[in-house]
Write a protein that binds this ligand. Structure first.
Ligand SMILES: Nc1ncnc2c1ncn2[C@@H]1O[C@H](COP(=O)(O)OP(=O)(O)OP(=O)(O)O)[C@@H](O)[C@H]1O
Ligand SMILES: [Zn+2]
Ligand SMILES: [Zn+2]
Length: 732
């Protein structure tokens, strides 16, 4: 017998299938990881099929050296999915397989530390003497035994505290290899009685699940319309007939609250995959799925590869989110597309859901490619009331603060009423740049072509691309002037000003800077939900997944930041963000209010967001896309050429442009094709590497993939890197 093997070498010459002999007695199965001889060494390979006929002269064929795991990693369907990814994203076969494979598999099995509480009564005096220990014991009370790593993460504690609890005999820590963790900690919830709209949605999708038909749905439901309950009941239907489900959630809305909702319904039949897991932990979750210990996986992008063998349903929550696209590593896949392909292969049902569907998805729904299901009403509460304030009018009437008079008075009222407020601004730091009032000097990053952001707390200037830092100087390094101007506000500035105007308000801030430490994201969220703060200030991290009844006011400090990004999707992004953050207000019994501050109050993104009218926004935006032939009327491909020598990068970009032109002519296609560039990328230098780009637009995606293949096969100067992204979601 022979095996067809894909080898783990990343080059276009080795990107093919090699034949090896299966030695007598070696129990090789399709999908196994093996070690094979290759050019006088052993390398890793993946068996993608077996055969009894060798494809070339038998005496030249080498033996498989050994099997690496005791079981198959890929089943036939997953191998088919990998083949599709290789073709669709133009990556190597081994890259596609390794994307599907769980990280952590190479480390092998491992034990995990588990914490168990040893006492029934928690000594009350601890609450005063050692409040942290008390908090831990309280937490463990109904949850133990749980993983130590989980405890540390959720409560943000250091091991010293754990050790003292252990020394006192209050807790016990031991190693366990079992994968099953009881989640009896969370109270079980029963299915809710559905509203009429929810009921209709469930019935329709359910019929596809029961018949095992590859159907695609767009569940278009306003914020707070109860989409999650629909998911839960659909999953339940799938489980009832012995099938399993995957729920994809964007990283930032994979909050404890979201996880809780699934775990409280399905208990320990749920595995959760978030990016905070170590490779070993990820592998554990993967094995739970593989061994049939769970029916549901809730997770980020790569959860789409969860190795179920009886998949019934994939749900993509917040389908408009860009984090479903892998934009740095190869293959640059989009989990939405992969999910669709996987459902096709497995005859499963795809449900994409959003309050603000991406233009592409809604366009397809209009054409009938996806079945459209609408949820038009919030459950028991009304949509928030939205007001727009023009900040230039504020300025004209003498208000120079970052808060309009309206927002200011609403914040004041909310504090008085003890209701909570969310303030949103999509930029972190204090000011987006500083400049000298006398000579106009603006400090920039020496490695990147970008102005430095001022961080007030540690008095530093920081580059948001490469992380470069320098201390803020008191005088201008160019002319010595002391008159420094701070321009462009960030979340830190908002916090600073809120504290100035409302010294008694309890304020929390959630952005990249305050959530670096493991567990801090959860901590801020729980503190806010438990009423430990009156005002939460944050970037887009706070725009989704928050269902906090006492939040009755949402203020958008400056909507223009996203509106003015150099990206053809900036209007869409703005509309989505505004709708999503506005949706955080008034989800409880009390009505919600939203104030959007902007300098462009007549822009259609702002106007339609105020009216909460997605369809009107869509109709405006789609016209513009059609005129300029942007997606969904074309496919884009972004080719970024980078290197340390500017001239070399520029020349290579020019050559790339010519190559593209030649290829398009050669392919003689009647479709619309256009090459943009070569030009410096919007961020023209990152980490001392110059960046140029060539952008291709084509109605025919195949043209793009053929060009991608050719371009990636070509030879380039040593230092030059070529990164190709088909259907990019970000072209900076
Ligand atoms: N049938 C129902 N009966 C009573 N309450 C419900 C029902 N369905 C959902 N809810 C509640 O309504 C609230 C809003 O639901 P949910 O958060 O699922 O909405 P959503 O559409 O996912 O919102 P968003 O897109 O803003 O996150 C939740 O608190 C949920 O528990
Ligand atoms: Zn100066
Ligand atoms: Zn930099």
């Amino acid at each position: 017998m022979f095996a067809e093997v894909v080898v783990d070498i990343k080059s276009s010459n080795t990107d093919r299938v090699y034949t090896y002999r299966i030695p007598e007695g070696m129990d090789i199965k399709v999908g196994m990881r093996v070690s094979v001889p290759f050019n006088n060494r052993f390398i890793e390979g993946y068996v993608i099929s077996t055969t009894d006929k060798a494809s070339y002269s038998v005496d030249k064929i080498k033996d498989i050296h050994r099997i690496l795991d005791s079981y198959s990693i890929f089943d036939e369907k997953m191998i088919e999915l990998a083949k599709w990814m290789k073709e669709y994203y133009k990556c190597y076969f081994s890259e596609a397989l390794q994307t599907i494979m769980p990280v952590g598999i190479k480390q092998g099995e491992k034990k995990v530390k588990v914490v168990k509480i040893n006492i029934d009564e928690i000594p009350f005096q601890l609450s005063k003497r050692a409040p942290k220990q008390y908090e831990i014991l309280q937490y463990l009370k109904n949850r133990s035994p749980i993983r130590l790593s989980e405890l540390v993460k959720v409560l943000n504690i250091d091991y010293g505290v754990i050790r003292s609890l252990q020394n006192k005999g209050y807790i016990e820590i031991y190693e366990e290899e079992v994968l099953r963790f009881s989640v009896k900690d969370i109270e079980k919830t029963k299915p809710l009685l559905l509203t009429e709209e929810q009921q209709k949605a469930v019935e329709e999708v359910k019929s596809s699940i029961l018949t095992g038909t590859f159907d695609k749905y767009l569940l278009f439901g306003v914020t707070g319309s109860g989409k999650t309950e629909v998911y839960l009941q659909l999953i339940d239907e799938a489980i009832k007939i012995g099938k399993s489900a995957i729920v994809l959630v964007p990283e930032i809305s994979l909050t404890p609250q979201t996880i809780e909702r699934f775990v409280s319904r399905f208990g320990n039949r749920v595995a959760v995959i978030h990016s905070g897991l170590s490779p070993g932990e990820r592998f554990d979750e993967w094995r739970k799925v593989k061994n049939g210990l769970v029916d549901v996986v809730v997770g980020v992008r790569n959860a789409v590869f969860a190795p179920f063998n009886n998949l019934g349903l994939i749900i993509i929550d917040e389908e408009h989110e860009t984090t479903y696209k892998q934009s740095d590593l190869r293959p640059k896949y989009n989990a939405k597309e992969v999910a669709e392909k996987r459902c096709e292969i497995e005859k499963a049902v795809l449900v994409m859901a959003s309050a603000t569907p991406s233009l592409e998805t809604y366009y397809k729904a209009n054409k009938g490619e996806y079945k459209l299901i609408r949820l038009t009403k919030r459950i028991n509460v009304s949509m928030p009331q939205i007001e727009v304030v023009n900040m230039s009018e504020e300025l004209a009437s003498g208000n120079t603060s970052i808060f309009s008079r309206k927002l200011f008075s609403y914040i004041k009222e909310n504090l008085k009423r003890k209701e909570q407020t969310i303030l949103f601004l999509n930029r972190r730091g204090y000011s987006s740049f500083v400049s000298c009032r006398d000579c106009g000097y603006v400090p920039k990053c020496p490695n990147c072509d970008i102005s430095l952001t001022y961080h007030f707390e540690d008095k530093k200037l920081v580059c948001h691309y490469c992380g470069y830092e320098e201390t803020m100087k008191e005088t201008c390094p160019k002319c010595g002037s002391k008159r420094i101007r701070y321009l462009g506000i960030g979340t830190e500035r908002v916090e600073n000003d809120i504290k100035k105007f409302f010294p008694n308000a309890r304020v929390l801030r959630m952005d990249v800077d305050t959530t670096r430490k493991k567990g801090s994201h959860e901590k801020i969220f729980y503190d806010f939900r438990n009423g430990k703060a009156d005002i939460l200030i944050g970037t887009q991290m706070i725009s989704k997944g928050f269902d906090i009844p006492n939040v009755t006011l949402v203020g958008v400090i400056l909507a223009d930041i996203t509106l003015n990004l150099p990206d053809f999707r900036s209007s869409e992004r703005t509309f989505q963000l505004l709708t999503q953050v506005a949706g955080r207000a008034g989800r409880g019994e009390k009505p919600g209010r939203v104030v959007i501050q902007t300098y462009e109050d007549d822009h259609y993104s702002i106007v339609t967001a105020k009216q909460q009218n997605y369809v009107k926004f869509y109709n405006e935006e789609i016209k513009y896309r059609e005129i300029f032939r942007y997606p969904p009327f074309s496919h884009l491909m972004n080719i970024v050429i980078s290197g340390e020598e500017e001239e070399e990068v520029k020349n290579t970009a020019a050559n790339t442009y010519l190559t593209c032109q030649k290829l398009i002519n050669k392919l003689q296609n009647k479709s619309y094709n256009k090459i943009l560039g070569p030009a410096p990328a919007p961020i023209s230098k990152i980490n001392n590497r110059y960046r140029w780009q060539v952008i291709l637009k084509s109605e025919d995606r195949n043209i793009l993939t053929e060009i991608a293949e050719e371009i990636q096969k070509m030879k380039y100067p040593k230092d030059i890197r070529i990164a190709v992204d088909i259907d990019p979601l970000n072209i900076m």
